[in-house]
Design a protein. Structure first.
Length: 248
């Protein structure tokens, strides 16, 4: 494996405790700075794959998953989680502190940052996602869903994550919130893996998509080439995005 790839997965299989095969011999390489969409129908294995990137799930059969050349293992878990920021589908799963500031500070605090450096990291992350300073003292659960989504992203940016793994980031957002989040994702210069059913968003944010179905990689290539393939989309219970259909 190349030590320079952001993510390298080779022959990854995973089954849940009930025997359900979620991933079957998945191999995937993502280079630093790439924005890659993970697409596929429900149950394809997209979320399961993301959970392997920072060790939330571990391979059952000894396969190798590496981030920035580092094997994802119990020995390296602390280092891996500094490199990979995982943003869950429901932002409330990541927001549990009394204030927005404390939510974003939680990760850096656990890495040993305190004082001015901690404040700097938190405020830089909140500024990156356009959360104003006056919201720092608010309870995140009292904010809008779009604001919660941005704060969840800030919690990983504050740890200087080099890889951002997002699960359905535009889910449940209103049109303005969705548009704002797409703009944010396009502006972030770090490596991004985005599991999504929002294929229009994938067209804007990603240059490449990986199509998963029944735990297997069935297609991998340029976003417009894959998403414009009507036969491929139909075969895997997806649809060509409206913008591509209109462009024809």
């Amino acid at each position: 494996m190349s030590a320079h790839a952001a993510v390298e997965i080779r022959g990854l299989s995973y089954a849940y405790h009930d025997g359900t095969k979620a991933l079957r011999e998945v191999s995937l390489t993502v280079q630093p700075g790439e924005s890659v969409g993970l697409i596929g129908p429900n149950g394809a294995g997209k979320s399961t794959l993301l959970l392997h990137l920072n060790g939330c799930l571990g391979p059952a059969e000894g396969e190798r998953v590496r981030v920035l050349g580092l094997p994802v293992s119990r020995v390296n878990l602390r280092q891996v989680r500094r490199k990979v920021g995982l943003v869950f589908q429901d932002p409330e799963d990541q927001l549990f502190s009394p204030t927005v500031f404390e939510d974003v500070a939680f990760g850096p605090l656990n890495l040993g940052f305190t004082g001015e450096e901690l404040v700097r990291r938190v405020r830089r992350a909140l500024a990156a996602v356009e959360i104003p300073r006056e919201l720092e003292g608010r309870l995140a659960h009292h904010l809008s869903y779009g604001e919660k989504r941005r704060i969840a992203i800030a919690t990983v940016l504050a740890m200087d994550a080099e890889i951002l793994a997002l699960d359905e980031p535009t889910g449940n957002l209103d049109p303005a919130g969705r548009r704002g989040l797409i703009g944010l994702l396009c502006s972030l210069p770090i490596t991004k893996l985005i599991a999504t059913h929002d294929l229009e968003m994938a067209l804007e944010v990603c240059r490449r998509v990986v199509l998963l179905d029944r735990g297997r990689v069935t297609a991998d290539g340029p976003v417009r080439q894959i998403l414009a393939d009507e036969a491929l989309m139909r075969e895997h219970r997806l649809e060509v995005p409206l913008s591509l259909r209109l462009a024809r």
